[in-house]
Design a protein around this ligand. Structure first.
Ligand code: DP6
Length: 325
């Protein structure tokens, strides 16, 4: 029997940046994200008596030990919980440019948590899936849900998981334009980047100090459907996260010249009253939060500088889907 799961990526509007407990994958702060339809992962998992080790096949290519590390670590956790000794074959198709800061780990680990839970007979409620996904990757906690969700940092393994904030966005015409500045795998993983920042950045305490205010503003913006408050808070929060890296020792940044060009174009449109707000993750790509009615105006303005094929429009996506196949 093979279990299947499909999970969409999410982009954080209030970022998760730093772990309080790397072993349990507990974050320093709550984060809030929007799940999107354009990028997703499909994963098939089967535990088999014949296997003598786990096998991970990504986009039809067998992965080596190093490439399979995160998946095997996750499977070890799942085996410990379900008390099985069987090894698994995991096949994933990533409809996301892997490791380009487009949060492939979020959809990938959420899909893996879903398919593994189904295969091992583990609980399938959203909170259990979110908690298990956390062991694979922090941002994956939020990809269990459609629309907006919040990862509550919690204080231990049982209390750290995401909850939905607003899953049904049929009454709010939002879109996100992805500007692919560079689809090469990043040099510093988000895991390593956040650990280095927590340990060494003189700005990290400032990041933590501001987070409760940002979370409050985004929750309010979502409940009131206040686009300006949502966007302004998200852009400010993303820039603060990137500022923490500049304050690290040694300093580093994921931002590239194209990132700043994109920020500038969006800022200029805002000055003309056409509202869009930027957010960037552990990579140079920019995601612009816009209202659906303005998508064309933004694409026209951005395509003067960026190739059209590097501009991808996404809309709010659905939560995880599970199937026995
Ligand atoms: C910048 O979830 O990839 O995208 O938990 O170490 O696997 P690990 O990190 P990951 O980090 C995501 C960081 C971020 C912000 C966010 O998605 O909240």
């Amino acid at each position: 029997m093979t279990s299947y799961a499909k999970a969409h990526t999410n982009i954080a509007l209030i970022k998760y940046w730093g772990k309080k407990d790397p072993q349990l994958m507990l974050p320093m702060n709550n984060s809030i994200s929007l799940t999107l339809d354009a990028f997703y992962t499909e994963t098939w998992v089967s535990f088999q008596k014949e296997l003598t080790s786990d096998r991970f096949i990504l986009n039809e290519t067998v992965q080596d030990t190093k490439q399979s590390k995160k998946v095997v670590k996750f499977l070890n956790e799942a085996r410990a919980i379900s008390k099985t000794k069987l090894f698994a074959e995991v096949k994933s198709i990533n409809h996301v440019p892997t490791a380009a800061g487009l949060a492939s780990s979020a959809s990938g680990m959420a899909a893996l948590a879903g398919a593994t839970s189904l295969a091992l007979g583990l609980p399938l409620d959203d909170i259990s899936l979110s908690r298990l996904a956390r062991h694979g990757s922090g941002s994956a906690t939020r990809s269990i849900y459609g629309g907006f969700s919040e990862w509550q940092k919690g204080s231990d393994d049982a209390t750290s998981y995401a909850v939905p904030l607003k899953e049904d966005l049929s009454d709010w015409d939002l879109a996100m334009i992805f500007i692919l500045i560079n689809d090469q795998p990043k040099k510093i993983s988000s895991t390593a980047g956040m650990a280095h920042t927590v340990e060494t950045s003189i700005f990290y305490p400032g990041w933590l100090k501001a987070i409760d205010g940002d979370l409050k503003d985004v929750r309010q913006a979502i409940s009131e459907k206040n686009f300006t408050l949502l966007g302004e808070t998200a852009e400010r929060n993303a820039l603060r996260m990137h500022a923490t890296m500049l304050g690290a020792n040694p300093p580093f940044t994921y931002l590239a010249p194209g990132t700043l060009t994109a920020l500038d174009i969006v800022q200029k449109l805002r000055e003309q009253g056409i509202l869009g707000y930027c957010t960037m993750d552990a990579g140079p790509n920019v995601k612009v939060l816009v209202e659906k009615a303005n998508v064309k105006t933004f694409l026209d303005a951005l395509s003067v500088t960026f190739p059209k094929e590097n501009l991808v429009v996404a809309f709010p996506g659905r939560g995880i889907e599970l199937k026995e196949k």
